[in-house]
Ligand binder design. Structure first.
Ligand code: PAP
Length: 334
């Protein structure tokens, strides 16, 4: 596999491989590894590929995160619509605080990116600190993660907390990822060669990949434990957002009242969290996120089926072929 050997852009400090304890370095060197297109190492740990800069967050979270029964975890594979679902879940859980009748309170989504409002466990909280103090967070706590199901911290499985998994068509996810990682490269390197990015993806080598195993883990869990894991897709959300926001609200234990359904609360949340609205806000047009990525990179097209604009039919069939083979017999179609 060819890969960029150049260091990541300067502003992306979180990508740098810093001085780590020897034990950590030893563990990393014992894991199979590959280079990604940004210049990072990916390591195969517990059957999934993790960027090396993130493994500390993964280990810390696995060792220390204590789930509460009222916690809600949004889980996605990167580029499946995390930014959108973070906004929707935040808006629906906080709807009383920021309702129309309480409009003197400016809605936080108007001034903060949803990634700031709904923190990632392993990317943020447990990456910055080994064991962050989360006791001040109000219940229900809303977190996000890209953890594969089989690698979740033990306390998540043991507690009654709820998991919302958002899946997405692999071709659209792949194209979204290709755009995003191309941005992370030094400008002079330009876009990642899509064919070679595809080769890697189809071998299962992508952050938190293999993609199919990530999705399948949560799909199966949602069948086995429907009260704990809700599996929805980006495409379902796009097709019937109203029904799915209601479904989300029911699942997380804060169903819409008859009055809310009459007074347009659901529509208000959908309007607030729409691609057009969020992507037009100053905070999402010009802001940066803590990890150096620009907020606007998280709002590209926001459409279903955009892959056809970047991949040939043959490339699409290649992803379909791998997915058919890997999901065969599971009942899952993406
Ligand atoms: P992450 O997992 O790294 O946080 P994530 O938010 O899943 O990223 O990926 C961004 C995708 O969600 C982009 O898809 P695209 O590249 O196919 O366009 C982005 O446009 C899309 N997205 C962001 N916000 C919304 C939204 N409000 N509605 C629909 N799609 C959205």
């Amino acid at each position: 596999m060819q890969a960029s050997q150049s260091p990541p852009p300067d502003h992306l400090t979180y990508l740098r491989e810093d001085d780590r304890p020897q034990a950590f370095k030893d563990l990393l060197s014992s894991l199979p590894s590959e280079k990604d297109w940004v210049g990072n190492s990916l390591h195969l740990y517990q059957g999934f590929w993790f960027p090396s800069w993130l493994l500390n967050g993964i280990f810390n979270c696995q060792n220390h995160f204590q789930a509460h029964p009222s916690d809600i975890l949004l889980v996605t594979n990167p580029k499946s619509g995390t930014t959108w679902l973070k906004a929707i879940l935040f808006a629906l859980l906080n709807r009383t605080k920021y309702s129309n009748s309480n409009s003197q309170r400016r809605h936080p989504l108007l001034t903060q990116n949803s990634h700031e409002l709904v923190p990632f466990l392993e990317h943020k909280l447990y990456l910055e600190q080994e064991n962050p103090d989360l006791s001040a967070l109000a219940s229900p706590r809303l977190f996000a993660t890209h953890f594969p199901y089989s690698s979740l911290p033990q306390s998540v499985s043991d507690s009654k907390c709820k998991l919302v998994y958002l899946g997405r068509n692999p071709k659209d996810t792949f194209v979204s990822m290709w755009h995003f990682f191309s941005k992370l490269r030094p400008e002079e390197k330009g876009q990642i060669p899509i064919q070679e990015f595809l080769d890697q993806f189809c071998r299962g080598v992508s952050p938190y990949g293999p993609y199919w195993d990530h999705v399948l883990g949560y799909y199966k869990a949602s069948l086995e434990k429907p009260e704990k894991v809700l599996f929805v897709t980006y495409e379902q959300m796009k097709l019937d957002p109203h029904a799915h926001v209601r479904k989300l609200a029911d699942f997380v234990g804060c169903p819409f009242s008859e009055e809310e359904l009459r007074d347009g609360t659901v529509e208000g949340i959908l309007r607030m969290c729409s691609f057009d609205n969020l992507s037009s806000l100053e905070v999402n047009k010009s802001g940066k996120l803590g990890d150096g990525a620009e907020s606007k990179w998280f709002f590209r097209r926001g459409e279903v089926g955009d892959w056809v604009n970047y991949m040939s039919a043959e490339m699409g069939e290649r992803i379909d072929g791998v997915m058919d083979e890997k999901l065969h017999g599971s009942g899952l179609k993406l």
